[in-house]
Design a protein around this ligand. Structure first.
Ligand SMILES: *[C@@H]1O[C@H](CO)[C@@H](O)[C@H](O)[C@H]1NC(C)=O
Ligand SMILES: *[C@@H]1O[C@H](CO)[C@@H](O)[C@H](O)[C@H]1NC(C)=O
Ligand SMILES: *[C@@H]1O[C@H](CO)[C@@H](O)[C@H](O)[C@H]1NC(C)=O
Length: 297
């Protein structure tokens, strides 16, 4: 796909970028939210606080179960590599390793049930949404000053059921991920910073443009990726992205190969905000995937 010609440094770099893009495809799609007017405090009764707390603890539980599962898969991969099994049966995986099979299925079921309860908790919280027009102010939408757009700021993803949305630990060290929303310019910027100081790549930024469709729905268009490098000469490389149709196809292909279910919507990339207040926001993508984010700043 994004491969450059030749076997130079450039082609290696492009390959890496392609991988990053693939890995991030599902993620940026769902990130974005729209803003509306700030919720008036007090209107959100204290009863909602318990709903929110319940949701947040489910999100945490889901996340730690997910990490547990990843770790197990990594361990298995390592031991397969050691024993040379990996080569013969590159497709062999958890399911074929007898000793792991039961546990994996067990964990899979657990995670599935946990996801279901988290989504039920999301619906309960969404029923109390204090912000009916979260996109108000988005690039001036609704005649409102972008300053008053409730979405603007820095957010942290705490839950998603999208297959490839979360960043696993890699050899670049653990990754810090967050999202910046610039309501004035209309950007959702997905940020990844790697902690490993030996990695050439310090992090990257995926710029997704958001267009307000109405008070609570946003269309997303992936515009570019900026690579942040530990290099004196080229600390930044910006790569414009191909059209949205292409990216979605690639994303779908990737999700399928990873065994994810995909029910692509015919509406393209975008989401509907289900809940937004000062510190929590929830949206559902047009593909039906949920994202819960907590405000960092
Ligand atoms: C979770 O929900 C899906 C879809 O509603 C359902 O098919 C599945 O059986 C549920 N899983 C569990 C463990 O309840
Ligand atoms: C919007 O959020 C960014 C941080 O992501 C911040 O720098 C900026 O000041 C905010 N703008 C407004 C108008 O609050
Ligand atoms: C926004 O548009 C969608 C699709 O046309 C519609 O289902 C939804 O009710 C609209 N929302 C608002 C708040 O107008």
């Amino acid at each position: 796909m994004v491969r450059a010609h030749g076997t130079s440094r450039r082609s290696r770099c492009s390959g890496g970028v392609a991988l990053l893009l693939l890995a991030q495809c599902a993620w940026p799609v769902s990130f974005v939210g729209r803003t509306g007017l700030r919720a008036t405090a007090g209107a959100t009764a204290s009863a909602d606080v318990t709903y929110k707390e319940e949701l947040q603890s489910l999100c945490e539980e889901f996340r730690s179960k997910q990490e547990e599962m990843w770790e197990m898969m990594d361990e298995q991969e390592k031991s397969e590599k050691k024993s040379g099994k990996r080569k013969e049966k590159s497709k062999a995986s958890l399911l074929q390793a007898e000793s792991f099979a039961a546990q994996r299925v067990q964990l899979g079921d657990d995670l599935d049930a946990l996801r279901n309860s988290t989504i039920e908790a999301i619906e309960r919280v969404a029923a109390k949404n204090p912000t009916s027009a979260p996109l108000k102010g988005w690039r001036g939408y609704g005649g409102e000053d972008p300053k008053n757009c409730i979405l603007n700021g820095t957010w942290k993803l705490i839950f998603t059921d999208a297959a490839d949305a979360t960043f696993k630990k890699s050899k670049r060290g653990s990754a810090k991920t967050f999202q910046e929303i610039d309501a004035k310019e209309g950007w959702f910027i997905n940020c990844v910073d790697f902690s490993n100081p030996d990695s050439k790549l310090q992090g990257f930024r995926v710029f997704v443009e958001g267009k307000a469709l109405n008070d609570s729905e946003v269309e997303l268009i992936f515009r570019k990726v900026r690579l942040l490098r530990r290099s004196r000469f080229f600390p930044e490389i910006t790569i414009p992205l191909p059209g949205p149709g292409f990216l979605r196809k690639v994303g779908r292909l990737f999700a399928r190969r990873k065994g994810g279910e995909v029910n692509p919507s015919d509406r393209g990339a975008g989401f509907k905000l289900l809940y937004v207040d000062e510190d929590l926001r929830i949206h559902r993508t047009f593909d039906g995937l949920y994202f819960v984010q907590k405000r960092l700043a």
